[in-house]
Design a protein around this ligand. Structure first.
Ligand code: SAJ
Length: 400
């Protein structure tokens, strides 16, 4: 059994390494020559707990990396699915190109598994017409959460959407090389929809928490205490408010449904708008806290946290980037930015040393709850803090 994983990003690489580390003859393919060369040299392309150990095991078992798709029994396509921010329709171009690169080399009846998150109907509309029955199609969406990928790769339940039971079982036994979770076989459209629904559910729940934060701010109540108490109810599980919803998943997938079902998705659309409005709320809170604390110059303020969430180095759809856009639109410049996970230059006024970041500041806006800030909260003593993540505590700390 040989598996070719096409796309070595945040999902494709851990998947390819997990297959190889568990004895599957695996080749990883990516168009990005620089990324492939790094992997060939034994250099990981992003940080994730445990990924280095898995990488070593996969290399020991002979995993290979290349830019050219090869003959294999099964192909796993894990490429981006961007969406058009105006029409909210998915752009299937990467999937189509990846499938075409497979068709150029694969044998008849090979199995092509699309892992990328796609709205219901994408396989039927965009993939079936190009494969024209030459290969067997499967949709097996990934659910691992950045920050806990490897545990979830091994333990999450999975869904496999296939056109027939035999193909589903064939793919199920491949995933069972590393997955100990339940694996359910269903049809492709159900698999496509279930994945989008999972992320949409989470986005709506976060929007509810964010709206509660706004209500409690207006009503002078402690939203975190209220959520904590409400969640003591056996059937209540409200998530946490924050400065916005980032990442390439929760902030994107609900738009697929809004784009395809605009008249049936008012709640989903509204939740997206609530979450996307949180950077505006953060800017309002910054101004309010500055007024309360007699801070007049934005150059005396620092933004802590650039990545889209704690303990990851992924900037995609980061709420901090949205806030920086709003500062620029308001003609505000010179606000310092620091993120312990981001070592490459991503924004203006980015500082790479925490002490240098803090030096001369009067106020820090905590936007990401990295473990780093939990371990270094004492260094914020004496500063005014606007903590949007409920991760720092003390007399000088303000909330959303
Ligand atoms: N966030 C909040 N409040 C919360 C939880 C999250 O504001 O209570 C924010 C985070 O700060 C972040 C964003 O939401 O900006 C998304 O973070 P996340 O941890 O909720 O999710 P992702 O995007 O890292 O991973 C999600 C997961 N989906 C679900 O939990 C249903 C993961 O299982 C998926 O595999 C992943 O999307 C994906 O790739 O689809």
């Amino acid at each position: 059994m040989k598996v070719c994983v096409v796309g070595l990003g945040y999902i494709g690489l851990p998947t390819a390494l997990s297959l190889a580390a568990n004895g599957v003859n695996t080749v990883g393919v990516d168009l990005n020559k620089n990324m492939v060369e790094k992997l060939q040299q034994g250099v990981l392309t992003f940080q994730e707990d445990g990924l280095d150990g898995l990488f070593a095991k996969a290399l020991e078992n002979g995993i290979r990396f290349t830019t050219q798709v090869e003959q294999a029994d099964c192909y796993i396509v894990a490429v981006p699915t961007p969406y058009d921010s105006v029409t909210h329709k998915v752009d299937p171009v990467y999937i189509i190109n990846a499938v075409k690169s497979v068709l150029a080399v694969c044998g008849d009846n090979a199995v092509v598994v699309v892992e990328s998150t796609i709205p219901p109907g994408t396989i039927d509309t965009h993939v079936r017409p190009i494969v024209n029955g030459r290969v067997r199609l499967v949709h097996a969406p990934e659910r691992i959460i950045p920050g806990n990928m490897l545990f979830e790769l091994a333990h999450n339940a999975r869904v496999i959407g296939a056109d027939d039971e035999e193909t589903g079982l064939f793919v199920k036994q491949i995933y069972q090389s590393f997955c100990k979770g339940d694996i359910v076989i269903t049809d492709i459209r159900t698999a496509e929809m279930s994945k989008v629904v999972e992320n949409t559910y989470r986005d709506i729940n976060i929007a509810f928490a964010n709206e509660l934060a706004r209500i409690c701010r207006a009503g002078g109540m402690d939203v975190h205490k209220i959520i904590e108490v409400a969640n003591m109810h056996p059937r209540v599980n409200i998530l946490q408010p924050g400065p916005g919803v980032g990442g390439h998943c929760i902030s994107v997938d609900p738009w697929f449904l809004v784009g395809d079902y605009p008249n049936e998705s008012r709640l989903i659309h509204t939740a997206r708008c609530v979450n996307d409005s949180m950077p505006d709320h953060v800017l309002t809170r910054i101004r309010e806290v500055m007024a309360e604390e007699n801070i007049t110059d934005f150059k005396e303020i620092g933004l802590y946290g650039l990545s889209y969430k704690e303990d990851v180095d992924d900037l995609r759809e980061s709420p901090t980037l949205a806030l920086i856009e709003r500062l620029k639109a308001a003609g505000i410049s010179g606000v310092r930015v620091f993120d312990p996970m981001i070592e490459t230059n991503a924004v203006d006024n980015q500082v790479y040393d925490f002490n240098a970041f803090l030096s001369g500041l009067k106020m820090v806006v905590v936007l990401v709850s990295h473990s780093h800030i939990k371990q270094n909260a004492d260094k914020l003593r004496g500063l005014t803090v606007l903590d949007t993540r409920h991760v720092v505590f003390g007399p000088n700390v303000h909330r959303l």
